[in-house]
Design a binder for this molecule. Structure first.
Ligand code: AHR
Length: 340
């Protein structure tokens, strides 16, 4: 029996020791040696020198557009940005093709689109996102697709139209008739669509009757042709709203050739506030111009850099604008101080 007791005690001891070993925590693996901070790949911080911008300009339809193009070229040079400038020649198919070229260009990391029209962008925007390009809208908006661009930097064209309607109401106050003709920009452009919406909102408040409205595609020549044709039908017009300065200049020429005094017999109102508009106001042929700021490049490039560095941006960053009047006693000084 004594042997069995000894054996039993031995077994118990072995079991006890084993149980200790079994519960003993596994040897804790040595803590991973901390990777010295210098070996952790730092998150890249982009600078303007890293930016290669594919810029899709609408075309070269007038003074506003010339100032807008100069803003993007001059500011890119100042900031050291590699700017690839594409002139869409006011042709939507060309602009979409240029967009695709920038998507396929491995150098381009930012695409800035100034869309000719609000529609026709779905596939291009989806392709750009799939290719990892940062897309920013400038000057004009597109319909929908907010998930495919970082932000839109440009004017509130509806508000520009509202301002125009309010100014036309002021000019026609007390007039027996308030027949107004509207010269429209290129059909499908947000600037044309939205200015027309805003103008109708406020013009209706004072009983303005828009008796004629037609596209003149932002140009002086078409503005003149359309106004000439209308004047052959009737001269019962008290105001003309040019959705940009150039079309208003064409209307002014047509009025003169028809024996009417622009800005006196017929009130003339336009949008853009280019140097030409200030000259027309100083000449007494234009009554009012509503500003649309073309100098958008600094804001656009700043937003693009923020986006490359992962910052979130509002979907729309409106540009700040004013209204200018021929009867402003400081008009000459204001004109002298403007950049475009
Ligand atoms: O998008 C802005 C508009 O485009 C300007 O008012 C016009 O002059 C230009 O064609």
């Amino acid at each position: 029996m004594k042997i069995s007791k000894v054996f039993f005690a031995l077994v118990v001891m072995l079991v006890f020791v084993g149980s200790l070993v079994g519960c003993a925590p596994a040897a804790t693996p040595a803590a991973p040696t901390a990777v010295p901070a210098t070996d952790v790949p730092a998150k890249k911080v982009y600078t303007y020198a890293d930016m290669v911008v594919g810029f899709l300009q609408t075309g070269s339809e007038g003074g506003w557009r010339a100032a807008n193009s100069a803003s993007f070229k001059e500011t890119a040079t100042q900031l050291g940005i590699n700017l690839k400038f594409y002139d869409s020649q006011n042709d939507l198919a060309k602009q979409v093709a240029g967009f695709q070229q920038f998507i396929e260009d491995p150098e381009v990391n930012v695409i800035v689109l100034q869309p000719l029209e609000v529609t026709g962008w779905e596939q291009a925007m989806k392709d750009a996102k799939a290719a990892g390009k940062t897309v920013i809208l400038s000057d004009r908006r597109i319909d929908g697709l907010e998930d495919y661009y970082v932000t839109f930097i440009g004017a509130d064209f509806v508000e520009e139209g509202r301002k125009a309607g309010r100014e036309m109401c002021k000019m026609l106050e007390g007039s027996d008739s308030k027949n107004v003709w509207e010269l429209v920009g290129n059909v499908g452009a947000s600037a044309a669509i939205d200015r027309g919406v805003g103008f109708r909102e406020t013009a209706a408040e004072c009983g303005i009757n828009i008796t004629k409205s037609q596209t003149a595609n932002w140009s002086v020549s078409e503005g003149k042709q359309v106004t000439e044709a209308w004047l052959k039908e009737t001269k019962d017009v008290q105001g003309i709203f040019g959705q940009n300065d150039e079309m208003a200049f064409g209307a002014i020429e047509a009025l003169k050739e028809a024996g009417l005094v622009p800005a006196v017999d017929v009130k003339i109102l336009s949008v853009d506030a280019t140097a030409g508009a200030f000259q027309a106001m100083l000449d007494g042929t234009l009554n009012v111009t509503v500003e649309c700021n073309p100098l958008l490049a600094p804001q656009v490039y700043e937003a693009a850099l923020a986006a490359l560095n992962g910052e979130s941006l509002p979907k729309w960053i409106p540009s700040q604008e004013s209204v200018f009047y021929a009867d402003d006693p400081n008009l000459k000084d204001i004109a002298a101080g403007r950049k475009y």
